[in-house]
Write a protein that binds this ligand. Structure first.
Ligand SMILES: [Zn+2]
Ligand SMILES: [Zn+2]
Length: 124
């Protein structure tokens, strides 16, 4: 049982690493191509475990399902308001915001920064 779990977790993590900020449903579809025996419930459960353990990022957006990201390095996201695609933003000027560990008396555990706008595809 545990061994099977470990194997399934590895598949889910591997697929996430090759994906571009998928939703849980998108990731489930991709995982099924690798291994049709993994259930939807398992994928959703493993994703939330990974997110809780800080092994992946869970990106929550107000008006769409959460997306998942295996890149843990400090980066911001830009989301296209037309197609919903999420892009990574690496910018040295933003890095200090992610390194901040305190804001006054407040202890900071994590930071997320999201830009919204129009992606190159939708602009074309
Ligand atoms: Zn777009
Ligand atoms: Zn990202």
């Amino acid at each position: 049982m545990t061994l099977r779990n470990t194997k399934q977790k590895k598949i889910i993590m591997d697929v996430l690493r090759c994906s571009d900020h998928p939703t849980a449903s998108e990731l489930y579809a991709a995982v099924r191509e690798e291994n049709p025996s993994i259930s939807r419930g398992t994928v959703f459960r493993v994703l939330s475990q990974f997110a809780q353990n800080g092994e992946i990022l869970k990106l929550s957006f107000a008006d769409s399902p959460a997306r998942f990201d295996a890149r843990l390095c400090a980066h911001a996201h830009a989301r296209c308001i037309y197609c919903g695609k999420v892009f990574d933003v690496f910018d040295d000027e933003l890095s200090p915001a992610f390194e901040k560990r305190r804001a006054g008396e407040f202890e900071i555990y994590s930071a997320s920064l999201e830009f919204s706008g129009c992606c190159p595809d939708c602009k074309a």
